[in-house]
Design a binder for this molecule. Structure first.
Ligand code: KG4
Ligand code: ZN
Length: 365
């Protein structure tokens, strides 16, 4: 029997308060009926990073408005929903709790089923929402809070091939921008500077390339950059525009080369097991970087694989991905009770948990 499901999703695990409505007719493509995101950048800008207590309070204050806006934009009411999906982790615990409490309240008041969603599963399943990709596929999550290679086998079955052992790449871009006095978020500003720079003038390390496997490390890049910057300042009394552009270009090229090589390795591992479904999907804010994107596309072409990246609004944190991941769980029969707990850490692959310390925006996974 064809069953149309409509799910309300809530997201509040970091610094975006979001609500969305997603609908799917069984066997058909899912549709985003609405997706509302209220960012908190200005609340945290004076502190140089996300302040968990400020984030949690802002989520608690904004979530109900967000839900109302998402329903209104979809032209629906709560009674039209089949379930309520909410990010139950991993993330900054105060924010995750705000979302879970809000979803529990809505579920208790309406009798609608509650579905807890892993935030990373939301990102990892987005290519199914946007491109209708079938399992299995290889996934690279690359943002300010995450960096990992995953094989998606099913809505709740993931194998983690590797990931960062310290900073996420977006975090490295943000720190680099801070060290060079460029505005936040650092990714886009460093990318623009890098365009007029010489990537060969400064030699940045390519961390972990000398070791087998798909793990990555980015924290050494900012230390290298800081040393180079300090040396120029000591020699010349300050940085010229060209110095800054060359530093950005060298730094970005190190990230490009590292991600390209590790993606090549992840693809080889994936293709060995799944030769007939040669697909890699990329999600996360860093996927917006055109140098990184084109390097990944080149690797895909080398391997004869299809490359796909969701539109940026669904690549970065949003609630449509949570509603969609909840919808997949719901269709598979999953239900959570009012005892659903918020989890600061929640690795997607229980057999291969992420290294401690990965990601800036709190304990991601
Ligand atoms: O996925 P996202 O919105 O949030 C999380 O981190 O969860 O990603 C934001 C990150 C920031 O660190 C930002 O600097 C980075 O993505 N970013 C970029 C670019 N645009 C955004 N990094 C490199 N190049 C870009 N063009
Ligand atoms: Zn995220």
């Amino acid at each position: 029997m064809v069953q149309t499901l409509t799910v309300l999703g809530l997201e509040s695990s970091c610094d975006d308060t979001a609500a969305a409505v997603v609908r799917q007719t069984d066997g058909g493509r899912a549709e985003v009926l609405s997706s509302i995101v209220h960012g908190q950048t200005e609340l945290h800008s004076a502190f140089g990073g996300v302040v968990p207590e400020i984030a949690a309070r802002a989520h608690a204050e904004k979530l109900d408005t967000c839900v109302m806006q998402a329903l209104e934009a979809a032209g629906l009411i709560l009674a039209d929903m089949d379930a309520i999906a909410v990010t139950a982790g991993p993330g900054l615990i105060g924010g995750v709790m705000s979302g879970v409490m809000c979803a529990k309240g809505l579920s208790a008041a309406t009798g609608l089923p509650l579905i807890g969603v892993n935030h990373l599963a939301g990102h990892a399943l987005t290519p199914r929402l946007t491109d209708g990709i079938s399992f299995p596929y290889l996934m690279l999550l690359v943002s300010g809070g995450h960096c990992q290679y995953l094989i998606a086998h099913g809505p709740e079955q993931f194998t983690r091939l590797g990931g960062t052992i310290d900073d996420a790449p977006g975090e490295a871009f943000d720190k680099t921008a801070r060290l060079l006095g460029l505005p936040q978020p650092g990714g886009p500003t460093v990318e623009v500077e890098a365009r007029s720079g010489d990537p060969k003038r400064f030699r940045f390390p390519r961390p972990l390339l000398d070791r087998p496997g798909c793990d990555l490390s980015f924290s050494g890049l900012k230390t290298a950059l800081m040393r180079m910057r300090d040396q120029i300042v000591a020699e010349k009394g300050g940085l010229t525009r060209q110095d800054r552009a060359d530093l950005c270009a060298g730094f970005q090229q190190a990230i490009v080369d590292t991600l390209a090589e590790k993606t090549r390795r992840a693809m080889d591992l994936y293709l060995k097991e799944n030769p007939s479904n040669a697909v890699i999907a990329v999600a996360g804010g860093v996927a917006a970087n055109s140098a990184i994107r084109s390097a990944l596309e080149t690797v895909c072409a080398e391997k004869g694989a299809r490359f796909t990246a969701p539109p940026l609004a669904l690549c970065t944190d949003n609630a449509a991905m949570i509603a969609y991941a909840g919808l997949e769980r719901f269709r598979a029969g999953a239900r959570d009770g009012l005892d659903l707990t918020a989890r600061p850490r929640w690795p997607l692959d229980q057999n291969s948990p992420a290294m401690l310390g990965s990601g800036k925006k709190g304990a991601k996974a």
